[in-house]
Design a protein around this ligand. Structure first.
Ligand code: AHR
Length: 502
């Protein structure tokens, strides 16, 4: 079977916001404790950070990091996590039925973010938390010394303000599972009041309101419409969450891997729906400003679903092991961010270590999950503009989405450096595709590198025993012929091709 992908460096969707390559670190399971902060490990440095974990995180080139939750944040008292460690309280974290020791908090997170060279994004507690506590936290993080909470920061060893720019107004407040859940009107009104105080404290901050937790919520997309309309003037971004899975794999029902491998059809539609709600709210508010999508929780999650921590510290919960087909879905999701680059301006994979994460650790080492590789490829190579790619490819019928192209293709081009990249997923489980990529306007001077991840077994996964069962490999760079190149994409594969234009 054959396909063509036509690229034109002048036909662009939008510039790519670097902040779409973000992560999310929540106080749950072993994400913080035994994940990014692991002082008991023989590998840890004096701060409790592990060089192996930091290197694996750095290679993902995260530009923004959301913290400290998630469901956790809706019961979190941020002042528990500052000051001398021996005086910090142990508490029950009700969201995940775990024990929170508070040995890692605001100042440790800022040290972590600095080390990772990533922009911090803080979520405030709008569950049990008050609008005053939210404003106090902004004072602690962002104000020059001279007032109570900024002086407290200095006393804790950090005289200079941190200047945290991005602030989430709560988490998944539409969900009945959320501590302090509210209806859309009550949430919007609380978010507005919190944002007002937070911005009075520091007018330079950007605020992000909660959208629906997922598209299956009975209140989706009415929640989004109401919150956007009421909170419009007080927000800069609007959050989306979504997790996907292939649950039939573990049940007696027919396995529907073809539909799972077409998940980006749903991701595209989801972004379009929220984009439409944003446009509507803009018109309703007779507004000139724009609000961007902040897709601040996204990932594959359906196997390790039990969130009961059994009142333990750092319980082993949500330790999903990812396989080849999950990596192909993650690659498509990143493709959605490029296709919708004009509206998706921030995105954070949930989460970064151990908990539904690309990196899995134990005290003496780590392994990289399959989903690590598409993240690394996109975050390191998708720069500049997202191109409006023309794809001609065979289709196949799927139960959930009808006729779907076998090829999911996206591309970027950076006019400043002349670097280009094409990201190609062959969704077919059985058929190879001979794909011709052609540059319609200017041919690249050279194709610089090519990588491929492929396999015959969609369920193949990595583990401590077999850490490289599924990885990405460099392949021979195909030969440019004028402005075009042809390469074969095996079934179940993800291929990246980079180019240099003079
Ligand atoms: O990322 C895991 C959880 O998923 C988060 O705490 C919550 O916001 C979402 O439901």
């Amino acid at each position: 079977r054959t396909a063509t992908v036509a690229l034109n460096t002048q036909r662009i969707v939008s510039d790519i916001s670097p902040l779409i390559f973000g992560g999310f670190a929540e106080h749950m399971g072993r994400c913080i404790y035994e994940g990014i902060y692991d002082p008991a490990s023989p590998l840890a440095d004096a701060r409790g950070f592990r060089p192996d974990v930091m290197k694996a995180l750095k290679d993902l080139n995260y530009r923004i990091m959301r913290y400290p939750g998630g469901n956790f944040v809706s019961g979190y008292r941020w002042m528990d996590g500052i000051g001398p460690r021996e005086q910090r309280p142990r508490r029950r974290a009700l969201a995940w039925r775990s024990i929170e020791t508070n040995q890692f908090g605001a100042d440790e997170f800022m040290e972590f973010a600095r080390e990772l060279d990533t922009e911090p994004m803080w979520a405030v507690n709008l569950g049990t938390g008050s609008i005053q506590e939210a404003a106090d936290l902004v004072e602690y993080m962002n104000l020059p010394t001279g007032t109570q909470f900024s002086d407290l920061r200095a006393k804790n060893g950090n005289k200079d303000p941190y200047g945290v720019k991005y602030w989430c107004l709560g988490n998944e407040m539409d969900g009945p599972w959320q501590i302090g859940h509210l209806d859309a009107v009550a949430y919007a009104d609380k978010a507005v009041e919190a944002a007002k105080l937070m911005r009075w404290m520091d007018p330079s901050i950007k605020t992000i309101a909660c959208g629906s937790s997922n598209t299956a919520m009975p209140t989706f997309p009415e929640w989004d419409r109401v919150v956007l309309e009421r909170a419009w003037e007080h927000i800069d971004y609007f959050s989306m969450h979504y997790y996907v899975g292939n649950p039939n794999m573990n049940s007696k029902e027919a396995v529907d891997t073809d539909s799972y491998l077409a998940s980006s059809v749903h991701f595209d539609e989801h972004a379009e729906t929220i984009g439409a709600a944003i446009r509507l709210a803009k018109a309703q508010n007779r507004s000139k400003k724009d609000v961007g999508i902040c897709w601040d929780e996204w990932n594959v999650w359906y196997r390790a679903v039990g969130g009961d921590g059994g009142w333990e510290e750092a319980p082993h919960i949500l330790e999903e092991v990812y396989n080849l087909e999950d990596a192909l879905v993650v690659a498509q999701w990143l493709g959605t961010f490029l296709r919708k680059a004009d509206i998706v301006r921030i995105a954070c994979i949930a989460q970064i270590v151990n908990v539904i994460a690309p990196i899995m650790t134990r005290a003496d080492g780590l392994f990289l999950q399959t989903i690590y590789y598409p993240l690394m490829m996109f975050s390191n190579h998708a720069v500049g503009n997202s191109l409006d790619v023309l794809v001609k490819a065979p289709t196949h019928e799927t139960q959930k989405f009808g006729e779907v192209s076998l090829l999911d293709a996206t591309a970027s081009f950076d006019p400043a450096s002349g670097k280009g990249a094409a990201f190609l997923v062959n969704r077919s489980q059985t058929e190879a595709l001979d794909v011709t990529v052609l540059w319609e306007d200017v041919a690249p001077g050279e194709l610089t590198q090519a990588w491929q991840m492929a396999g015959h077994e969609p369920a193949a996964a990595n583990s401590f025993e077999q850490p490289e069962a599924v990885t990405i490999h460099t392949i021979d760079v195909p030969k440019l012929d004028g402005g075009r190149v042809t390469l074969t994409l095996p079934p179940l594969s993800f291929t990246v091709l980079t180019s240099q234009h003079s």
